[in-house]
Ligand binder design. Sequence first.
Ligand code: C2E
Ligand code: MG
Ligand code: MG
Ligand code: MG
Length: 295
Amino acid sequence: ADLAMYRVKHTGGNQVLHFEAEMGEPAERRQLERDLRGAHERGELRLHYQGRFALHGVTPSGPGLVGFEALIRWEHPERGLVPPVVFIPMAEDSRAILPIGAWVLREACTQAVRWQFAERGLAMSVNVSPMQFEQPSFVQDVQAALEAAGLQPEALVLELTESLVMRDLTLAQNHIQDLKALGVQIAIDDFGTGYSSLSVLQALPFDQLKIDRSFTSHLTTSASQRVTALLTAMIQLAHSLEMTVTVEGVEDETQRRLLTGLGCDHVQGFLLARPLPPAQAQSLLPAGAESPVPS
Ligand code: C2E
Ligand code: MG
Ligand code: MG
Ligand code: MG
């Protein structure tokens, strides 16, 4: 029952269903929760990086690349790769998300400096969990991570979900105001899947809107007319509020072509690049200026 709850809350798709079937008993989930406690110290957590690409014009960094999203991976010694939709909620429940989230932030900032993001006009996007965001010290933590890595704030994007900001709108307003004063960019992630889309846009000055991949997958199904209308409206709305639009989950050429026609700015998806370990992600950077990636 607990696993079903995780699935409903975090809608992870087939990969997760498969994983849950394998996990079987609740006792196994408790074991996984115990394993998670030491995973960070044992060095089992890694970041993969997925490219985000411009659909229009040429970017300073070459063929469309505008940045990366850092996506956490847990390499379990016996189970192999555990997907974040399974273990991030567990980490939230046990507060382990705080040291994990702090590590993600530092590691992603450090990688952005190694890859000379600021010089190349690229941005590193980092997902923020609700408990992490609600720490009174969150803005200072971000500032400390930037300073420790030596990263320009403009090269960092923090991705917040609608449900995160709706938990405490006043806190979200304060933190976002302070983060923007630092120079950090803010994105609203998984847009269109929550219950409060428009009021959230009214209250909070996001720089980027990321439209959930559930819309993308319907672009080429029988629901395509309605989805096209919704995407057109969301893109227009974002532009009139001076936000950049990224559409997630682009898996084929038809989707890319349709999104280009709709005026979408950026796309992310398996068609362009999967989430990749650092050494492979690095090959997406323009040639000639790579710096070595410590493993
Ligand atoms: P998200 O932030 O919306 O990340 C996008 C997810 O979509 C990633 O799943 C990515 O692998 C997947 N994706 C990208 N392109 C495609 C595509 O073309 N098709 C399909 N089917 N999927 C695509 P992933 O890496 O499993 O992450 C799932 C969620 O876990 C993320 O959703 C984010 O909410 C959370 N997450 C990942 N890393 C972190 C982290 O470091 N901290 C926190 N708090 N949450 C994280
Ligand atoms: Mg994200
Ligand atoms: Mg997303
Ligand atoms: Mg998502």
